[in-house]
Design a protein around this ligand. Structure first.
Ligand code: HEM
Length: 393
């Protein structure tokens, strides 16, 4: 049996050769994770779509119930709708969708633009900045805080807890941050109950369906935490890798500079080319299941890799080339597929689009400040993102 490439630090700098090798071996392949656990890795496009709708469970609580980890993650972080199966998931998703409407996302666009202009406006012409620290990091967390109604004075704490939650491997830091964040959110929910406003959080408190079904206190808390976490690191990664991809493809960048109206259409290809959620969240097969001709044993995990599926040559010809004119770019799986497909996709796309528009207008001479092979990538299986992105502006 092949061993997984995930333990190799070099994998994180450039995942695509390893994904291609896995896909060539088989688009649905059984690999050994750590010698003890066998996982099924899905790297083909058609196979990934099939796996996203297969009878796999997202209930991590059930999977890990008999595997004590010694962890003390706050339940609001551990048990979100992303780790729930129907009918629980169906109910939660129905209620959230009622509050997180397209009109609410559209209404945020002017705020996102002014925030991007403010952040980029602080850069001195000719200087070197870290685009992750100065733009890609602060913008998404501030937008989510604005959406949820987190007061401005508390946003730095939120950013720091949220960053800690993604401190891969540092369990004490992650668990500590989960309690700090959940504790803060519980207080904020209480405050919004007493003083409702026009925020998403206030709407989530009152949202109900025709049967008067409402979100419980625990559900509200885990949802607030999930929106914050899911909407922050992923979008930070998307902004960083999108800018990098354009800097590495000068003809595509020049095209966007002369045709700024094409930026919105470019976002799908940028997300396909370097997908921020490179390996989807934890899934497992409660019973033996067949995936594209491969038998997945009951009780074993399945890793669906949007980052690999989006580079499958059978779906996207010449997949390692960024091609902003690619006809089927919007078929990418960067936001997943099926019942757990990203709830924040319209918001994330709007953020990437607006940031790129603002950046192109503000920094005509933007270029990398270090050779690309010196860039540092996050060692996270889930998120493909840059730790820093030094650029000359
Ligand atoms: C470019 C940025 C983003 C990317 C690439 C992304 C990607 C994804 C993916 C792949 C999934 C499905 C995971 C799986 O099935 O294992 C997902 C789920 C989710 N995302 Fe996003 N996301 C982004 C931004 C956001 C934002 C801004 C928000 C919040 C407003 C958000 C909220 C969620 C939620 C709540 C779920 C869970 C949906 C469910 O379980 O039904 N995401 N996202």
């Amino acid at each position: 049996m092949a061993s997984s490439p995930f333990a190799d630090p070099a994998f994180y700098a450039d995942r695509y050769p390893a994904y291609a090798a896995l896909r060539t071996a088989s688009p649905v392949l059984q690999v050994s994770l750590d010698g003890a656990t066998t996982a099924t890795v899905v790297t083909g496009y058609d196979e990934a779509r099939q796996a996203f709708t297969a009878p796999l469970s997202k209930d991590t609580g059930a999977y890990f119930a008999d595997k004590p980890s010694g962890r003390s993650l706050h339940p609001a972080v551990a048990r979100t709708m992303l780790a729930a199966d129907p009918p629980e998931h169906t109910r939660l998703r129905r209620l959230v969708t009622k509050a997180l409407t397209p009109a609410r996302i559209d209404g945020l666009r002017p705020y996102i633009r002014s925030l991007a202009e403010q952040l980029v406006g602080m850069w001195e012409s000719g200087s070197e900045v870290d685009l992750v620290e100065e733009l890609a990091g602060p913008l998404p967390v501030t937008v989510i805080c604005q959406l949820l109604g987190v007061p401005k004075t508390d946003r730095d704490s939120i950013r720091s807890w949220s960053t800690d939650l993604f401190a891969t491997g540092d369990h004490a830091r992650i668990d500590g941050a989960s309690h700090a964040l959940a504790g803060y959110m519980a207080e904020l929910i209480e405050a919004k109950r007493t003083h409702p406003d026009h925020s998403l959080l206030s709407d989530l408190i009152t949202v109900h369906d025709q049967d008067e079904d409402r979100l419980s206190e625990d559900e509200l808390l885990s949802l607030a935490v999930l929106l914050l976490v899911a909407g922050h690191e992923t979008t930070t990664a998307a902004i960083g890798t999108s800018v990098l991809a354009l800097l590495q493809h000068p003809a595509e960048l020049a095209h966007l500079r002369t045709s700024p109206h094409c930026v919105a259409g470019a976002v799908d290809e940028l997300l396909r080319y370097d997908s921020p959620v490179s390996i989807a969240t934890w899934r497992w097969a409660p019973e033996e299941v067949e995936l594209a001709g491969t038998t997945v044993p009951g009780g074993s995990p399945v890793f669906i890799c949007p980052g690999a599926a989006n580079r499958d040559p059978a779906k996207f010809p010449d997949p390692d080339r960024l091609d902003l004119g690619r006809a089927n770019a919007a078929s990418h799986l960067a936001f997943g597929h099926g019942i757990h497909r990203c709830l924040g996709a319209p918001l994330a796309s709007a953020e990437v689009e607006i940031v790129l528009s603002v950046l192109l207008a503000h920094s005509p001479g933007l270029r990398l400040a270090v050779p690309a092979d010196q860039l540092v990538w996050r060692q996270s299986r889930l998120v493909r993102g840059l730790v820093t992105l030094p650029v000359h502006v």
